[in-house]
Design a protein around this ligand. Structure first.
Ligand code: GLA
Length: 738
């Protein structure tokens, strides 16, 4: 609910268990009043009127910039971080007598000029493919108009409410109302103010093969920057944060603020703690090498910062962003059977050594063990026999598939599976027909080096003809073949970002990727897309709005994956987290893991198989089939249930998680011990979200009963026999009401 009090000019946004409030003050500055847990009751007399608000501390001569503007701009604020910095190239109509008219004017002061509540507002880069998410009932958006008193410049601050998850999407619209060009140097999607002292930050760091390593730190005074400058989301950081007061939040209790950016390009989340202990966040486009030009009467709508508040710890924050993503972000086309299919990918089985006969052999074995989607990875096109050549030439290689893809797809479909294909549309090898034809179509500065990575360069999506060319190339494939899945990869970072689009290329690249995906989805409603960028380099709410799943990491080692997936789970849901079972002898780490561990870890997300099935004997294939059949019985709980991290890796070297359906009738309990030593014990792990009064049976993967108890017992004592000494083991159990 959005409530406006015209007398005090206060806005109170009420969500299920939180509130957010701000006010236009006597000078019409839009000032934040508070954001926090909402005391029960919605009676209007209890709403904030602006008399209070949280602590202020503008007491010293030097520190005069602590006013909590809803959007902090360079003008009102100059010696702290800002969300918006604008250059005006015209003089205001009135100058003070004797003033020297130098330009540009780098000063913007936004003042309240009205507001409206609408139900159709969309942030920038919202998907245009037309496939709605699972829930699309109407949501209210508050649009607050802010105007610079002298410059022809308007900003609309947007707040879209998803009350059931305590989530507000924040974005802004910038509009040039005048006749001269306006240049924007810094542009966040929103400013956030947190109660003073909210300075424990949880985020993730990482690298290729080690994505989503959680880190928790107490913020020092000053600035802490999380960011990407690589042109995509990045392996080294991910655009989300959790923040709380140190010592006042834990996994299942305490107030936690969270935010996620719906953007897959160069992003930045800057958290600044002032000496007064005020905590501000500026989140949006990375100002590094950034410029946004607004031509006369042009408007720019930024993507959204999705932010919210949990009253039940980090776990509650994760569950809220998971539910939001499942219900409001991921496309759920009507054909969607409501569960993600079990996938087979032949990359680790064959690498570049592709042949029709070899793929058909794998497909038959995959179908026999229960796979539903068969994906051919890299190497099927152009001169792509190694990673030195072929990117850019999206035509089926006659050397590998003499009769095209038809015989393979026909067999895959006959076996009852969907067919999928790997593509890397943004990339080009210098050794390709496309590059020989269009050497200028790559990011580069004229006369300067074009640095290759994995022998490839990046196409210049600042050129509309390049974006169109790539759309046409993929469109031709989809028109010719019944392809129902693209694994869309992106295997390098940008280095020399020279483009016909100038500094705009950072945004244009993302826009190009989104546009192609949206057009393909719209034209081919049966197409699923997986986002991959050398593993988990492009996972964020922007890409998730046009994809069905993401490749979490190229590292498929089960023990490493426990941690990667736990970090991923801080922000993103299991439904779209693809996880493969690969060889016993892992190709990335060389470690040997038992099949049970590999399945128990991969079954925590959208299950895939990446092992070479030809190397497995009949007994092993039967084991695979048995696990896959089990997964199919429980995947609706994993993919659409609420996640509880009952025991985190850092606590006892074991990760115990539970997925439970909102009605409490079914749950999946999964334990994977990572570090173990004789003589160490783990405490029991009581379950969550069950009905205490109901009876439950706990089943193993063969359907055999391992335990039977009331919800009350399971939620107070856990599953008996599960604690015990820290031995290396894993298991997945199905908990079902009877
Ligand atoms: C990237 C992907 C892998 C695989 C290879 C193919 O590394 O992350 O899964 O598709 O490219 O070249």
């Amino acid at each position: 609910m959005i409530h406006f009090n015209p007398e005090t000019k206060t806005f109170n946004l009420l969500l299920k268990s939180s509130y957010y409030a701000f006010q236009a003050d006597a000078e019409n500055c839009l000032v934040h009043l508070g954001w926090g847990p909402r005391p029960g009751g919605t009676n209007e007399e209890f709403l904030l009127t602006g008399k209070s608000g949280y602590e202020t501390s503008d007491v010293e001569a030097f520190e005069r910039q602590t006013r909590r503007d809803e959007l902090i701009t360079f003008g009102d604020v100059s010696y702290h971080e800002v969300s918006l910095k604008v250059n005006f190239s015209t003089l205001p109509e009135t100058l003070n007598p004797g003033e020297f008219p130098h330009l540009p004017i780098r000063d913007v002061r936004l003042r309240y000029a009205g507001h409206e509540i609408v139900t159709t507002a969309q942030p920038g880069l919202a998907p245009t493919h037309g496939q709605p998410p699972a829930k699309s009932d109407i949501r209210e958006t508050l649009r607050v108009f802010l105007q610079d008193p002298v410059q022809p410049f308007r900003v609309v601050l947007c707040y879209r409410l998803t009350p059931e998850h305590d989530i507000i999407e924040r974005w802004c619209e910038l509009e040039n109302l005048g006749q001269e060009l306006i240049t924007i140097e810094v542009c966040s999607f929103a400013t956030l103010h947190l109660p003073n002292g909210t300075c424990e930050l949880t985020s993730v760091t990482g690298a290729w093969g080690r994505e989503f390593t959680p880190q928790r730190e107490r913020l020092p005074l000053g600035l802490r920057i999380l960011e990407s400058r690589t042109v995509q989301t990045s392996h080294a950081a991910n655009p989300f944060f959790l923040l709380n007061r140190p010592g006042q939040a834990w996994e299942e209790s305490g107030v936690v603020y969270f935010g996620l950016l719906a953007y897959s390009g160069n992003w930045r989340i800057a958290v600044e703690q002032l000496s007064s202990l005020d905590v501000r966040i500026h989140a949006g486009y990375n100002p590094f090498d950034f410029e946004l030009k607004l031509a006369p009467h042009q408007r720019h709508v930024t993507p959204a910062l999705v932010c919210g508040l949990s009253c039940d710890g980090w776990g509650g924050a994760s569950r809220r962003s998971h539910a939001f993503t499942r219900e409001r972000v991921l496309p759920r086309p009507e054909r969607d059977s409501s569960v993600r299919p079990v996938l087979y990918n032949s990359w680790e089985a064959t690498y570049f050594d592709l042949s029709v006969a070899g793929q058909i052999e794998l497909a038959r074995k995959a179908a026999a063990i229960g796979v539903e989607l068969f994906c051919v990875d890299d190497g099927w096109f152009g001169a792509r026999r190694t990673d030195h050549a072929g990117l850019g030439d999206w035509v089926v290689s006659p050397a590998v598939f003499p009769e095209g893809l038809d015989p393979l797809i026909a067999e895959v479909n006959r076996l009852g599976m969907k067919f999928g294909l790997w593509v890397e549309p943004e990339m080009i090898n210098p050794d390709s027909d496309l590059y020989r034809q269009h050497p200028d179509w790559v990011l580069h500065f004229p006369g300067r080096p074009r640095t290759e990575a994995r022998h490839q360069l990046i196409l210049d999506f600042g050129r509309t003809e390049v974006v169109e060319y790539i759309f046409q190339a993929l469109d031709r494939l989809l028109a010719q073949y019944p392809i129902e899945f693209f694994k869309w990869d992106m295997n390098r970072y940008a280095r020399e970002p020279g483009s016909v689009a100038g500094k705009d290329i950072w945004r244009k690249h993302v826009e190009g990727v989104y546009t192609i995906m949206d057009r393909l989805r719209q034209k081919y409603p049966k197409l699923d897309i997986q986002s991959c960028s050398g593993g988990g380099g492009r996972i964020d709410l922007g890409i998730l709005a046009r994809t069905d799943q993401v490749w979490t990491s190229d590292n498929t080692d089960a023990l490493d994956r426990i941690r990667i997936q736990e970090g991923y789970s801080l922000a993103y849901p299991a439904r779209c987290m693809e996880a493969w079972v690969t060889h016993a002898h892992n190709h990335q780490t060389g470690r040997i893991s038992p099949l049970s561990l590999r399945f128990d870890v991969a079954m925590r997300g959208a299950l895939g198989i990446g092992a070479s099935l030809n190397e497995l004997d009949e007994t092993e294939l039967a084991e695979y089939a048995s696990y896959i059949a089990f997964y199919k019985r429980i995947r609706h709980v994993i993919q659409d249930g609420d996640l509880y991290r009952l025991q985190r890796l850092e606590e006892y070297g074991a990760s115990v998680i539970q997925y439970v359906l909102p009605n409490g009738r079914e749950a999946v309990y999964s334990i994977a011990v990572r570090e173990h030593q004789m003589g160490w014990f783990r405490p029991p792990t009581p379950l969550k979200g069950l009905d205490p009064a109901a009876a439950y049976v706990v089943l193993d993967r063969h359907g055999a009963e391992v335990y039977r108890a009331s919800g009350y017992e399971l939620m107070t004592q856990g599953i008996r026999g599960d604690a015990g000494q820290g031995v290396a083991y894993s298991r997945t159990l199905y908990v079902k009401q009877i």
